[in-house]
Design a binder for this molecule. Structure first.
Ligand code: SAM
Length: 216
């Protein structure tokens, strides 16, 4: 059982309200194939599926994927829900397969190249991920492994068309928002991504920053 299984079991992080960034990203766009990385209890997968997207949703938490499955069933939509540890390479992002890849509040730096490669030309990467720095109200020092550095996310997608990039100057006090600072991005793949193809033989991973317990 993961920490996240326990949190979902306690009813934490189970809101069905999607992040406003995803609503903004798909507004006026045609539906297509979407991948929700670290989907948790499925709020974004569900949001997309109920709007006609064909969604694959991946998470390591069995409680999270069970909630996602239940929510899909009770809303009468299909979501291809996969139980997999992304940090151990248990889910392979097929190249040039998706029109949208989203990542909300999950940082695994070596997944970005796979996410980039997994998008078709014209596809969107949409993310909101915790951000380090500059906030005196943080009670404890933050391990840089688990938070983005200022500008890091924008730099990763700098050759793409960046439709939106924002680094929250302060932690949010909104009840439904994450209490940490975040970096947000909507980046559109404009042409064949040469940089991503450099990583094409980079599989499988079996151990990295996010997991020291992958089976070899
Ligand atoms: C903060 S929650 C975010 C959930 C969802 N993206 C959302 O915004 O509601 C982080 C999620 O990452 C998942 N996660 C953590 N490590 C993972 C891994 N190695 N592989 C897949 N999912 C992982 C957790 O199970 C949890 O569901």
């Amino acid at each position: 059982m993961t920490d996240w299984d326990e949190r979902f079991g306690r009813g934490e992080h189970v809101s069905t309200q999607p992040h406003a960034l995803l609503e903004r990203a798909i507004e006026g766009r045609s539906q297509g194939r979407a991948l929700d990385l670290a989907c948790g209890a499925g709020r974004h997968a569900l949001y997309l599926a109920t709007r006609g997207w064909q969604v694959v949703a991946v998470d390591v938490s069995r409680a999270g994927i069970e909630l996602t499955r239940e929510r899909a069933a009770s809303n009468g939509v299909e979501i291809d829900v996969r139980h997999a540890d992304l940090a151990c390479g248990e889910f392979v992002i097929e190249p040039e397969t998706y029109d949208l890849v989203c990542d909300f509040y999950y940082l695994q730096r070596d997944l970005f190249a796979d996410a980039r490669r997994g998008l078709r030309d014209g596809g969107m990467f949409v993310a909101a991920i915790l951000l380090a720095g500059g906030d005196a109200s943080q009670a404890r020092p933050v391990n840089p492994t688990f938070v983005l550095q200022l500008g890091e996310l924008r730099e990763l997608f700098k050759e793409w068309k960046i439709e939106h990039y924002f680094e929250a100057p302060e932690r949010s006090d909104q009840p439904d928002q994450h209490s940490w600072r975040t970096a947000e991005i909507i980046a559109v793949k404009t042409k064949s991504d040469e940089r991503a193809s450099l990583f094409s033989n980079h599989r499988p991973r079996n151990r990295n920053q996010n997991s020291d317990s992958c089976m070899t």
